[in-house]
Ligand binder design. Structure first.
Ligand SMILES: [Zn+2]
Ligand SMILES: [Zn+2]
Length: 271
């Protein structure tokens, strides 16, 4: 497979590098295409960039700098609470906040302390209650915002290396995640194999977990690699691990961003 990544963050949000720097590094690494997907505006806070026009202008400027060697696409990562007032080439959809039973809105992935507080205070320590809320919201987000790619499907596992908070193979938990995945298979959407937590040293596996990837393959779903890159040096973090996982889940092809006018292209995974 040729290198490509649709999920990259820049100084327009919480990424370390400018759009131009990340694009130059991708080109040096031999990428055929790259998508910029900073966090966009959202109604619950000002975490993402606010000025969509300036963001789009900068991504388009860098795209023309990189042409014709590497295609740069204008993307955005849109939260459940996110909104878009301009047209992007594609959108990555992710759920980063859920409401607890106490009515408070909790961040799923910001810090381990907040995650722990969410589980205890928001869901009375019940991982299945938390999972129901989270996966329900992932489905709502996909139906409401209609992203092209669903990001980090099991993000609630970010701080759960070694099953620190709950058992990821517990049938009750898995059933909730699998039900959501099945419902998602009826939507026109790419599932991202996301290595962002590996880059951060939080997890040894990508999102989503193997049982979910296997089921997505059985359902005839399509997959795309994304490193959720916040540091240009980690553009390809976890690539080999992700490809190995995809192969053992049964996938023989994956999708990537196109090199010219076609947004997504299907390609064989190398043996
Ligand atoms: Zn995200
Ligand atoms: Zn991201």
């Amino acid at each position: 497979m040729r290198y490509s990544n649709p999920h990259t963050h820049t100084t327009f949000c919480d990424g370390r590098d400018s759009v131009e720097h990340i694009a130059r590094r991708a080109k040096e690494m031999g990428f055929v295409s790259l998508g910029i997907s900073s966090h966009g505006p959202q109604t619950n806070n000002t975490f993402g960039f606010q000025d969509e026009k300036s963001y789009a202008e900068e991504v388009r400027r860098v795209a023309s700098l990189m042409a014709p060697d590497m295609k740069v696409w204008l993307g955005v990562e849109q939260d459940y609470y996110g909104f878009c007032n301009i047209d992007y080439d594609y959108r990555v959809g992710g759920v980063h906040y859920i409401e607890g039973t106490d009515g408070a809105v909790y961040s799923v992935d910001h810090t381990e302390e907040l995650f722990s507080a969410m589980l205890e205070n928001g869901f009375h320590g019940s991982p299945t209650a938390m999972a129901k809320s989270y996966y329900g919201r992932v489905l709502d987000m996909c139906r409401k915002n209609r992203p092209n790619i669903v990001a980090h499907f099991d993000l609630i596992c970010k701080y759960n290396e070694g099953n620190a908070f709950f058992d990821e193979r517990d049938p009750a938990y898995l059933a909730i995640a699998l039900d959501a995945l099945e419902a998602l298979s009826h939507e026109d959407i790419l599932l991202e194999i996301n290595t962002g937590a590996i880059a951060r040293g939080r997890r040894t596996r990508p999102y989503p977990d193997m049982p979910l990837l296997r089921r997505w393959h059985e359902l005839g779903g399509r997959v795309i690699f994304g490193s959720d890159c916040h540091d240009a040096e980690k553009l390809l973090c976890g690539w080999e691990t992700a490809m190995e996982m995809l192969k053992s889940a049964g996938f023989r092809t994956a999708w990537r961003l196109g090199e010219r006018s076609e947004l997504f292209i299907e390609e064989a995974i190398e043996e």
